[in-house]
Write a protein that binds this ligand. Sequence first.
Ligand SMILES: [Zn+2]
Length: 226
Amino acid sequence: MLCEPPWRDATGRWLATGMTFTPATLRTSVPAREARAVRVPAGRRVSVVDVEGGQVGDLFAFAAADPAEHLSAAHTRASTGRLFPAIGEEFVTDRRRPILGLVADTSPGAHDMLIAACDPARYALLGAERPHRSCAENLRESLAGLGLAVPVTPQPVNVFMRIPVAGDGRLSWLPAVSQPGDSITFEALMDCLLVVSACPQDLVQINGGDPTPLAIDLPQAAPDKE
Ligand SMILES: [Zn+2]
């Protein structure tokens, strides 16, 4: 939503003065329990920052040209042959096209691609008081703010979420171990729309019982290519 301020052009030039300078990074704060959306042009990098540490983010990505096409964790697992993402790998859409690359990660590296976004039914099953915010509803709200709607909640990439798989296939739900300021950085491989939800889960210990904010950092220029 805050992707291209009107006072800069797409390359980061300062339109008011005509001067070109080293482009800054635009930060979009994601309040605890809420979500925000940003548009990311192909070739641009974008980081999700765990501001206070120990917080899971549900990351969704949609093709800007047709938001019916979305990043699919299931298709990505088939493409990479792994349960969880690693630096250098690409996330693909439900049409098996690369949409994001994972280029850097300052966190301990635990990110989940197995668990569905939390939603009202999940909180009802957990006996939560109503209403309880959820990543699925956060996604719907964020897209509605852009005049968009999607018929399904794609399975997200859950950044900083720790769901180890035991040898017998059992999953554990562990608190995130990301530290304050840790970030995971992606490169857009097509023009896309990114939604990041600071997961409101406070009944399962993935956020240590206390959801906190995230941030989306968008450098205002593409990285230099060597
Ligand atoms: Zn959630």
